[in-house]
Ligand binder design. Structure first.
Ligand SMILES: Cc1cc2nc3c(=O)[nH]c(=O)nc-3n(C[C@H](O)[C@H](O)[C@H](O)COP(=O)(O)O)c2cc1C
Length: 167
């Protein structure tokens, strides 16, 4: 796929059908993650966790009042090192990593969605579940990509767009 075509074809899916994603596909998505721009070269402040064990992913998706993962068979979580001074850099870095993964997933004909709410509002209230992520000391979940297949994938295009000014 041409780069711009992949960018425009990416859409959020909220009805994954559970069809598995192969390890080869996950490796390519991680390659895209590794190629993301990282502010101040702070790569060591980021940690990626691929959650694909069905029992574990079920524990996460059943933890809240609804399945935040929309049935995705793989969640690729980006965690960042706790540091008040660099909080906004952490958010920006994680977003670059996740967007790269979403675009690569699109190029692999997979569906995806960026997930932030559960990691920010839900999981911090569930320390026992968070411990199952085995994150390095001092790291907290920031956001994830959910990856998989859907029966009725959203049509490409039709993004709302953002105000542009060229001056
Ligand atoms: C930073 C960020 C956080 C998001 N968090 C969530 C989320 O927690 N749950 C959810 O259903 N969608 C989430 N989304 C997906 C957006 O709702 C979605 O991207 C937006 O509606 C535009 O639709 P599109 O992705 O199909 O272009 C998030 C997107 C971004 C960029």
């Amino acid at each position: 796929m041409e780069t711009l075509d992949a960018i425009k074809a990416r859409h959020s899916t909220r009805n994954f059908n559970g069809k598995p994603v192969s390890d080869e596909q996950i490796v390519k998505i991680l390659e895209a993650a590794d190629a993301a721009p990282i502010g101040m070269g702070k790569n060591d402040t980021l940690q990626i966790t691929v959650i694909k064990d069905p029992d574990l992913i079920n524990e996460f998706r059943n933890a809240g009042d609804r399945d935040f993962s929309y049935g995705a068979p793989v969640l690729i979580l980006v965690s960042t090192k706790d540091d008040e001074q660099f909080a906004s850099l952490n958010i920006a870095n994680a977003s670059c990593v996740i967007e790269n993964m979403l675009i690569e997933a699109t190029d692999l004909d997979l569906q995806s969605i960026y997930l932030w709410g559960f990691w920010h509002f839900g999981l911090p209230k569930m320390p026992e579940l968070q411990a199952k992520l085995n994150l390095p000391e001092g790291f907290s979940p920031m956001a994830s990509a959910a990856i998989g297949y859907a029966d009725d994938a959203p049509a490409a295009g039709g993004h709302t767009g953002i105000a542009h000014a060229i001056i």
